[in-house]
Design a protein. Structure first.
Length: 454
């Protein structure tokens, strides 16, 4: 334990010397975890405080250079530690800093023309402000951002609609809209977090939503249905596939007359299940799964894209209607399963690697080692891609294979270069000459040794 702690502290000091406060803070956090695991509470607390101090400094530094998303990230790390240390008095100012940083980060994303990322920052920022009862700040941010984006930017407006609906819940005390907001936070806002590398903001989003729902609950015991629409990724024409909609009533009230309508393009046939389903009641904590089986007849095109969504409507105990649309989710169908194409690509890459190994077999040892290391790195990426393929993470596999293809092409072009071939030949001759000279020198030394001994 002492060795690992010592090493981490040395790394932290090195980062501090470079003014990389965030990385230093992470090292102190690792040290605290080690002490905590070994039951040394006081030591753990000491390094937690060092970690949080450096996260705060890192946030301030990021703010100074106008890297606001990074500032929000470091403030969020500090917030989690303050909560762990039960330093609750630090919480509220830090939460407001995060909201402010995200609002400023939205302008950064607009500057980079990443409008969906900007809308995501605005939605989270306004949500935090609403939960903190900073209504004017939240309304100002939403209004300002609406003026900066085109009404035709569907995705950005869809994300921003989450913030607008939260405003409706909080400002207008519209309890009936909360369920729709919660569904959109889960189905629209959270899936957009990777755009701002923001998966770590899930907790603060959930906490803000919980604060808002606690206010809503004072007025009515609400049903809250959380929907999740699932479709498979690797689809082909004329092969039936299932679309599943899972509904869970996470509220305290009963949902009545729950109506689900699947929106499926005319070209797609429903071969099993119904387009429309009505459930009389869905009790609190109740779950239900609705499944339909679809089939797309063969097409002349190699691939076709479609959108599938589902409309959800239900009522609470006093007859207030709630409705939302889940999706749309894009599906792509091919003549041949994409996974099969990718498997073929992987087989081709493996063959190319073997061919390249054969070409470098007679290279000088040092040069052969360098190329073999490169090919081994490529092989590791291929192995990872095969694992991702089994998990149906097709987009990640495609990115990996594009990288591998580029590397192999570069190696092939280098080996095909006549100039490079001449250099390899010259290097081999120089090595042979050096070996010959070394052998002559060794024999000379041996002869001299024999003469001395004689």
């Amino acid at each position: 334990m002492e060795a690992s702690v010592h090493k981490l502290l040395e790394e932290a000091e090195e980062y501090l010397s470079k003014q990389n406060y965030s990385k230093a803070a992470h090292k102190y956090l690792e040290v605290a975890k080690i002490f905590e695991k070994n039951g040394k509470t006081k030591e753990a607390e000491r390094y937690l405080k060092l970690a949080v101090d450096n996260f705060v400094i890192a946030a301030n530094e990021a703010r100074r250079v106008k890297s606001f998303r990074k500032a929000a990230e470091n403030s969020l790390m500090a917030l989690e530690i303050y909560e762990k240390l039960k330093m609750t008095e630090k919480r509220d100012p830090l939460v407001l800093n995060i909201a402010s940083d995200l609002a400023n980060a939205a302008n950064e994303y607009l500057m980079w023309k990443e409008v969906r990322g900007a809308a995501t920052c605005v939605a989270i920022s306004s949500l935090i402000y609403f939960a903190a009862s900073k209504i004017d700040d939240a309304k100002r941010i939403i209004k300002s951002f609406k003026e900066k984006i085109s009404a035709e930017d569907f995705e950005a407006n869809r994300i921003l609609n989450v913030a607008s609906l939260i405003q409706k819940v909080v400002v207008d005390s519209d309890a009936s809209t909360y369920s729709e907001v919660e569904g959109l936070v889960n189905s629209v806002l959270k899936p957009m977090l990777p755009l701002i590398k923001g998966n770590m903001f899930v907790k603060i989003i959930d906490e803000a939503m919980q604060t808002i729902v606690s206010r809503v609950k004072k007025e009515i015991r609400l049903p809250k249905i959380t929907p999740a629409l699932r479709v498979p990724l690797d689809l082909t024409f004329n092969t039936p596939f299932d679309v599943t909609l899972k509904l869970k009533n996470v509220g305290e009230g009963e949902a009545k007359n729950v109506k689900i309508v699947f929106n499926v393009p005319e070209e797609i046939k429903i071969v099993k299940g119904k387009r429309e389903t009505i459930i009389d009641t869905l009790p609190a904590n109740g779950e239900v799964e609705i499944k339909i089986t679809l089939n797309v007849p063969s097409k002349d095109a190699e691939k076709e894209e479609y959108s599938i969504s589902a409309d959800l409507e239900y009522f609470d105990m006093v007859g207030t209607a709630y409705s939302t649309t889940i999706g749309p989710m894009k599906i792509t169908l091919h003549l041949v399963r994409e996974s099969e194409k990718l498997k073929e690509e992987i087989r081709d890459i493996i063959k190319r690697m073997l061919d390249l190994k054969g070409k470098i077999r007679n290279f000088p040892e040092v040069l052969e080692y360098v190329f073999l290391r490169l090919i081994d790195d490529v092989k590791n990426v291929v192995n990872k891609s095969e694992d991702l393929l089994r998990k149906e993470k097709l987009d990640e596999v495609k990115i990996n294979l594009r990288t591998v293809d580029f590397v192999l092409n570069e190696i092939s072009q280098l080996l095909a270069d006549k100039g490079f071939e001449e250099k390899v030949k010259l290097l081999k001759e120089q090595i042979k000459k050096a070996e010959k000279q070394e052998n002559v020198a060794i024999r000379t030394l041996e002869d001299q040794s024999e003469e001395t001994g004689g």
